[in-house]
Design a protein around this ligand. Structure first.
Ligand code: C2O
Length: 546
């Protein structure tokens, strides 16, 4: 277990009011406009109030950071081509910033939501508006706070871009959103302080769409806790075909997702369509997303949906964590009968992604040759002060929250970024960059690149990238992929999106330093016009000193 994972953990507190959002439903108007095929771009506006509320998603009451009083937050939906306006009203009593994970933000890099990289934080009791279009992407995404540990406390929601030209449109009848997460009973900032105690390494529970039961006999004395808080329930109608959009919003945990007796066919990963690919169990790491088609082709009954912790990549104490479950209820089946336990038993290796060979892109692409190669070693050890940190080529990321890299570029001050900012600059439009990660750590790391999808050329064991094993014919394009334990991964992207793009392990941002930033086309950036509301955030930060 790497220190990084250890630190990935966090939590505690008292609470009330079991107000968990119901299984999300879909915006019918959007779906119909998609189906009609004559979609006129429109503006979709969302008013989002961030606020701490007492909730008990699994029966254990704690302070949850909520969006509009609910957890998970409301689903942001739009059609490809639309505009998304997110009015963020911050009442968290702490500064925040919201990142829309997977959005390219082409032309609007200031709305990427990363403190220290693309903006100064939004102060408490302040409203900031993110305003961007999605002309060239569709699929399953999510949004979350990118400030410190806030997303772990609940500032997360799904972000779905429907595709008017979805090639699979005729192959499913309805959509279902499935959000998986690990779950802690302690607030993240408290866990952060005690991150080295062994107990804090393991989540208390896991949730599906913000629900699960918890055995309250394990809760500390004095907690407010009720057993059998209830599982999420998904309604199936015989013979209907469902597109499940699955999102792992965990702080730390990868899962195997499955539905007893039901085959899943993968059709999308993180905004890329794949060839239909039958599987029984889906590995899904932190921040990854998949769409699968499931047909209600089993006898009318109740079935278990399960999200199993991949315990090989967790501390030994995780062994007692239960399988996280939800119910798939067929129309006509008894409401409350307990489903039979009939899990798929196919063996899957833990702590690595779904085999890239089984993720074939639906559309052929010509993959350009690389013109630049960057090699990055991942290691964990103590820094000069004796504090455990994560290092990329022996440099641990230290953010500068007093400003942002993007701000410095506009101010002409980006030349003197400290080396601890782990910045890599790309000046040539169209440059094709290969990044090789070499991980000598005993933990796996789900790395996310902002502002892009990358081609995943390959993964392997050991400390040498095997270039002969790289797939440059039909690699999948995605935005989050796992660097294996004591292994490497190779990815390729094209420099074509002016901005500052984070690239980091998603288990845990900013706190131990496994973060870099890609400064892309700074000469183009300075020709752009960021909105005043954005520049004001840094001025506010300076005057108010939060
Ligand atoms: Cu989910 Cu840096 O983001």
């Amino acid at each position: 277990m790497s220190f990084y994972k250890v630190i990935c953990l966090l939590y505690c507190i008292t609470i009330l009011t079991p107000l968990v959002s119901p299984t999300p439903f879909w915006n019918q108007e959007l779906i119909e406009s998609r189906a009609s095929g004559n979609h006129n771009p429109k503006t979709n506006t969302f008013d989002l109030v961030l606020k701490k509320v007492n909730l008990a998603p699994d029966g254990f009451t704690r302070v949850v950071s909520t969006i509009n009083g609910q957890y998970p937050g409301p689903t942001i939906e739009a059609n490809k081509g639309d505009r998304i306006v997110m009015n963020i009203h911050n009442e968290l009593e702490a500064p925040t910033a919201i990142h829309s994970h997977g959005m390219f933000q082409r032309g609007t890099p200031w709305y990427d939501g990363v403190p220290g990289q693309t903006q100064c934080e939004i102060p408490n009791n302040y409203t900031f508006t993110y305003n961007f279009t999605v002309p060239d992407q569709a699929g399953t995404y999510w949004y979350h706070s990118h400030a410190l540990t806030q997303y772990v406390d609940g500032i997360v929601g799904a972000l779905i871009i429907h595709d008017p030209d979805d090639p699979y449109k005729a192959e499913y009848d309805e959509e279902i959103l499935v959000m998986l997460t690990d779950y802690h009973h302690t607030e993240a900032h408290i866990l952060l302080k005690s991150f080295l105690t062994p107990e804090s390494e393991v989540p208390d529970n896991g949730l599906i769409n913000g629900k699960n039961n918890y055995d309250c006999s394990k809760a500390p004395p004095g907690s407010t806790c009720v057993d059998n808080a209830g599982l999420a329930k998904f309604e199936f109608v015989s013979n209907k075909r469902y597109r499940l959009r699955i999102i792992n919003t965990s702080a730390f945990s990868s899962f195997f997702f499955s539905i007893d007796k039901h085959v899943m066919e993968v059709i999308e990963v993180e905004g890329s369509y794949t060839k239909r690919n039958k599987i029984h169990r889906l590995p899904i790491n932190v921040a990854q997303r998949y769409s699968v088609i499931v047909t209600a082709d089993q006898p009318v009954d109740n079935y278990i949906m399960r999200s199993e912790f991949q315990k090989m990549c967790m501390p030994d104490e995780a062994i007692s964590l239960p399988v996280v479950t939800a119910i798939v209820h067929y129309d006509g089946a008894p409401e409350d009968s307990v489903p039979k336990d009939i899990p798929w038993t196919d063996f899957l290796e833990e702590c690595i992604d779904l085999d890239p060979k089984t993720l074939q892109p639906l559309y052929e692409e010509n993959i350009p040759e690389a013109t630049r190669e960057i090699k990055l070693n991942i290691a964990f050890h103590k820094d000069s002060l004796g504090i455990d940190k994560a290092f990329l080529n022996e440099s641990t990321y230290v953010p500068d929250f007093t400003s942002s890299t993007l701000t410095k570029i506009f101010e002409g001050k980006a030349a003197n970024l400290s080396t601890a900012e782990n910045a890599f600059t790309f000046n040539t439009f169209g440059e094709v960059v290969d990044i090789y990660f070499i991980n000598t750590d005993d933990g796996e790391h789900p790395f996310h690149m902002h502002g892009h999808q990358f081609w995943l050329l390959g993964i392997g064991n050991g400390t040498e990238v095997d270039k002969s094993a790289l797939n440059t014919i039909n690699p999948i394009k995605r935005d989050t992929s796992t660097i294996p334990i004591n292994g490497w991964s190779a990815l390729r992207f094209v420099v074509d999106n002016p901005g500052v793009w984070g690239h980091h392990c998603h288990m845990w941002h900013m706190q131990v330093g496994l973060v870099m930033q890609l400064i892309e086309l700074p000469d183009e950036i300075i020709k752009m016009y960021p909105p005043e509301t954005w520049s004001e955030l840094c001025e506010l930060k300076e005057t108010l000193g939060y």
